[in-house]
Design a protein around this ligand. Structure first.
Ligand code: ADP
Ligand code: MG
Length: 238
């Protein structure tokens, strides 16, 4: 388990500064939701924590270690993307174990981790199916399973439920909460959906234009919005 400490983070694409001197302390074991409108820099921030893009300035610590320039595989994180491309020719089991096989994890250890993740995500009866034989919700569970088998201290989610219908979203929200409760890992979860943020988060970070507008519990940001933007975005009276 580990927290994430971000100091003075700046990310530029050419002359466009998308993350603007951002400070954020993610407490070990919390479920932190990054909430904000499309284009405000949520994915960019998540990708920088994952090590998928270079930072222009600042520092990222994971588990107390400077990881600003570390390779993604060195960071002790698992990530679930919005578009969860599964390998179409591989079974669920192979999809879930792929990363571990590439990393050279021993077979018995891979089997243990896949079994455990499959049980948590109710995928055990589906392990020998191919992605085409799964529903949308089941495919998304496989994508989550692929991250879970890393048994990382920090999990990053980038709008993982946005391609699903409302009923499935509600169901997977419940499962994610249970998963967090069971694992006790640090979760950083990106969404532009207020309901998702309010139901999942221990704390919500409201972002606009690469700048944090407010950090607080769901009740705090809803009942005491820091400014008109936060009030408007959460639909609460100012
Ligand atoms: P969000 O996830 O909140 O919708 P993003 O982090 O994807 O926002 O994008 C923030 C801003 O950065 C947008 O203006 C987007 O166009 C820009 N951006 C994101 N990725 C790149 C990139 N690889 N190259 C150039 N601009 C980018
Ligand atoms: Mg995004």
């Amino acid at each position: 388990m580990s927290g994430v400490n971000i100091q003075g983070l700046s990310i530029k694409f050419g002359a466009n500064e998308v993350i603007k001197g951002l400070d954020l302390q993610v407490v070990e074991g919390e479920f932190l939701v990054l909430l904000g409108p499309s284009g405000c820099g949520k994915s960019t921030l998540l990708h920088s924590i994952a090590g998928l893009i270079d930072v222009s300035g600042g520092r990222i610590e994971i588990g107390g270690q400077d990881m600003t320039d570390a390779e993604p595989s060195e960071r002790g994180i698992g990530m679930v993307f919005q578009s969860y491309a599964l390998y179409p020719t591989m079974t669920v089991e192979k999809n879930m174990s792929f990363g571990l096989r590439v990393a050279g994890t021993p077979k018995a250890e891979i089997a243990r981790r896949v079994d455990k993740a499959a049980q948590m995500l109710q995928l055990t009866p589906l392990l020998q199916r191919k992605p085409a034989q799964l529903s949308g919700g089941q495919r998304q569970r496989v994508a989550i399973g692929r991250a879970l088998v890393r048994e990382a201290g920090v999990f990053l989610f980038d709008e993982p439920l946005s391609n699903l219908d409302a009923k499935l979203r509600a169901e997977l929200r419940r499962e994610l909460k249970l998963l967090h409760h069971t694992l006790g890992s640090t979760m950083i979860y990106v969404t532009h959906d207020q309901v998702e943020a309010m139901t999942l988060a221990s704390r919500i970070v409201v972002m606009k234009g690469g700048v944090i507008q407010q950090i607080g519990t769901p009740a705090e940001v809803y009942e005491r919005p820091a400014n008109l933007f936060v009030a408007g975005f959460l639909g609460a009276p100012a």
